[in-house]
Design a protein around this ligand. Structure first.
Ligand SMILES: [Mn+2]
Length: 365
């Protein structure tokens, strides 16, 4: 059993004020963990590898330092996509918590990799109504600061990278399972160290995680080479709606409920399509409009780095990072597209769409 004692401290980068703020956060986080016995860990809707990797790594750490009650609870299914991570720790749904918010069930609720209550679903509602103290650990610039402590490192590539710095700062042992989970977080959120959130520091952290037993080739294969047939069918149908505008600098597509049905796929199966579009030569920004049942349209954005799609999403009422962002619009598909596209043209510095490809008519378009 390992204590939570602080040992050597690597210096965070950035301004003096930022360094001091980060140090203060580690101290405060350490105090909160020391003073608590029961923990609820959650993340955003449709949790992906950064969410789950962060949850698994933190749950393992808390168990190793002797905490008895540590529950990971997510809204929606998180078990199918990353069995190599989820085999290491049970992940429950709302049924774990029970229907009535109970302030006595947990001392602390960790909200990992999520910038707003809007993206926490039923679990977030339960936490808010229960009045449980919240600690947020995140790397999104637009974080709404809803915790008794918010540890937000915007320079970190992933929530998993933030947790790594915490473990290092407090001298916690990083086990092989934790290293694998954190490496998966970072590898996923940088899409294989390709996105502009990949800093020197990120690569140094990744290197240390390899030293702690993470296997780069294995984790890469688990994250990027396990596409389901339904996901590839959805990609095929979604590409039928692909539009190229602004002289090829903007690419966008839309996925209606019909397409999800045709592909026998779910909303979450559309994740990753934008990263594929970003591979197009000449494209600087891409957008995807996905119908989320009756909730509305989820618009997501990617940028190669010149344009700040985080600011675009914030302007629309959502959030994210400069290179990856999103917003849920309570609109019909055509309204959402009409609302968002002019703003993407403006982001690219053009007044209106120019050089649009003639739209290909497809039966489901
Ligand atoms: Mn993340």
């Amino acid at each position: 059993m390992q204590g939570n004692a602080r040992t050597e401290r690597p210096e965070p980068t950035g301004s003096t004020a930022h360094v001091m703020a980060v140090h203060a956060s580690w101290d405060r986080l350490c105090e909160i963990i020391d003073a608590s016995e029961s923990f609820l860990l959650t993340s955003h809707l449709f949790p992906e590898a950064d969410s789950i990797g962060s949850e698994i790594a933190l749950a393992h750490h808390l168990r190793r330092i002797g905490k008895k009650r540590v529950h990971i609870v997510n809204h929606g299914d998180s078990l199918e996509r990353y069995p190599f991570l989820t085999r290491h720790y049970p992940i429950g749904g709302l049924e774990t918590l029970g229907p009535t918010p109970n302030p006595d069930l947990y001392d602390v609720a960790f909200c990992l990799d999520v910038s707003s209550w809007d993206y926490t679903g039923a679990i977030g509602e339960w936490i808010q109504k229960s009045g449980t103290d919240v600690v947020a650990v995140d790397h999104h610039r637009s974080h709404e600061r809803f915790g008794v402590l918010d540890v937000i490192m915007e320079e970190a590539a992933a929530a998993g990278e933030v947790l790594f710095h915490y473990f290092k700062a407090t001298g916690a042992e990083i086990t092989e399972v934790m290293a694998e989970a954190l490496y998966a977080s970072i590898l996923f959120d940088t899409q294989g160290f390709r996105l502009s959130n990949t800093s020197n520091q990120t690569l140094r952290v990744a290197n240390e995680l390899l030293d702690h037993g993470a296997d780069h080739r294995y984790i890469s294969a688990q994250l990027f080479e396990r596409e389901s047939w339904a996901r590839v069918q959805l990609l095929r149908l979604a590409l039928g709606t692909l539009q190229r505008e602004c002289d090829g600098r903007l690419a966008w597509l839309s996925i209606s409920d019909d397409l999800f049905r045709l592909a026998n796929a779910q909303f979450v199966d559309g994740d990753g399509i934008l990263d594929f579009l970003l591979g197009l030569h000449g494209v600087e920004v891409c957008a995807m409009f996905r119908q989320l049942g009756n909730e509305g349209i989820k618009a997501t954005f990617r940028s190669k780095g010149r344009q700040d799609v985080g600011a675009l999403a914030e302007d629309l009422g959502g959030g994210g990072r400069a290179t990856a962002s999103g917003v849920l619009l309570k609109m019909q598909m055509h309204e959402a597209i009409g609302h968002v596209l002019p703003k993407t043209y403006a982001l690219l510095g053009v007044r209106e769409s120019v050089g649009a490809e003639p739209r290909v008519t497809v039966p489901w378009g």
